[in-house]
Design a protein around this ligand. Structure first.
Ligand code: UDP
Ligand code: MG
Length: 321
């Protein structure tokens, strides 16, 4: 039997052929410097480039390196989840493949873990090489999320973090479909602390988070941790009803007590458009929640594997997944 693994590093990869070799090199250097048994668990999220082949080649030479191949692109958050299902370490470290999260922070996280913290997350105090739009939209998202939920989700914090095995076990018991992993980590509790860092530029390649995926992630963050949008819809409804009532009184007064009735259709059209707009918005919000309920009731597995390399002990049974 191999020696018990102390640290598991989970690296989701999607079309990262331009970076994986360098990521492997830097992670290995850092993990070797810690001097405790470790594994590098790559989750290939349905890459269409040479990512899988490159990692497979590495798995042959270095049995620290393990690979799970998804049958298609299931998404970053699901890839992380699969990593947690298969990781064997006492600590589980989640890191992006593109080296925007510097691996050199890991020893610091491990130090904190040895002090007794169970979740050590990395908070970005600065982001390099990202567009103004990304910085601005991210800042807005984290603050909206924070204002809309009771769960204490830290701002400006991605998925780069170290978790104790206990936390990972707790996370694994949550099988919800539209996952926002960093929110769930806050939700499970435990002793959490932050370390701060400057987020680097991507080492190579382009972002694998186009606007569409970013919107989906932020919707999942807000909708699965808050009912506030529903409440907002209700308040808006109240407000409009009240305004309509006032308008009703005014028009009746004009009709009955003045000669000054307005023949125009403008006001009617305005009301119609406004009310329809609001009704549709509210329906849309309801629809988002109903869709999520639908996803849960289908009860499909979160992901399907095509193949695996060096991964000997699946941590979950088919049914559990
Ligand atoms: N990723 C993934 N599946 C996806 C999209 C992204 O596994 O569908 C991985 C990607 O390979 C990277 C991490 O998630 O390791 C973060 O993606 P990226 O760096 O492109 O996001 P950004 O930093 O631009 O927000
Ligand atoms: Mg990135």
């Amino acid at each position: 039997m191999e020696t018990a693994i102390r640290h598991s590093v989970i690296i989701p990869v999607f079309n990262e052929e331009a970076v994986v070799n360098e990521t492997y090199r830097r992670l290995t250097k850092v993990m070797e410097s810690i001097g405790e048994p470790y594994e590098l668990l790559f989750i290939n999220d349905g890459s269409r480039d040479r990512t899988a082949e490159i990692i497979e080649t590495i798995t042959v030479e270095d049995n620290h390196v393990k690979l799970l191949n998804f049958s298609r692109n299931f998404g970053h958050q699901i890839a992380i989840t699969a990593g947690m299902d298969y990781a064997l370490g006492d600590t589980i470290i989640i890191i992006d493949a593109d080296l925007q999260d510097p691996p050199e922070l890991i020893p610091q996280m491990v130090e904190k873990w040895k002090e007794g913290y169970e979740v050590i997350y990395a908070k970005r105090i600065k982001r390099k090489g990202e567009s103004l739009f990304k910085k601005w939209s991210a800042a807005l998202f984290y603050r909206t999320l924070r204002a809309s939920t009771e769960v204490n989700i830290p701002v400006d914090t991605g998925d780069f973090r170290l978790m104790d095995r206990k936390v990972c076990e707790a996370m694994r018991s949550i099988r919800e479909k539209n996952r926002f992993v960093r929110g769930l980590v806050s939700w499970v509790g435990f002793r959490q602390t932050a370390i701060e860092y400057v987020r680097d530029e991507r080492f190579a390649g382009e972002t694998k988070y186009p606007l569409k995926k970013m919107i989906r992630l932020s919707m999942n963050g807000i909708l699965s941790f808050s009912y506030k949008p529903l409440k907002l819809a209700m308040y808006l409804g109240f407000l409009i009803s009240f305004a309509s009532f006032v308008a009703l009184v005014v028009t009746l007064y004009l009709k009955l007590f003045t000669a000054n009735t307005i023949p125009g259709w403008t006001s009617i059209m305005d009301c119609l458009l406004l009310l329809n707009g609001i009704t549709l918005t509210i329906l849309g919000i309801l629809g988002e929640y109903v869709g999520r309920i639908y996803d849960e009731t289908k009860n499909r597995p979160l992901y399907i594997l095509r193949s695996q390399k060096n991964v000997h002990q699946p941590q979950v049974s088919e049914g559990e997944r």
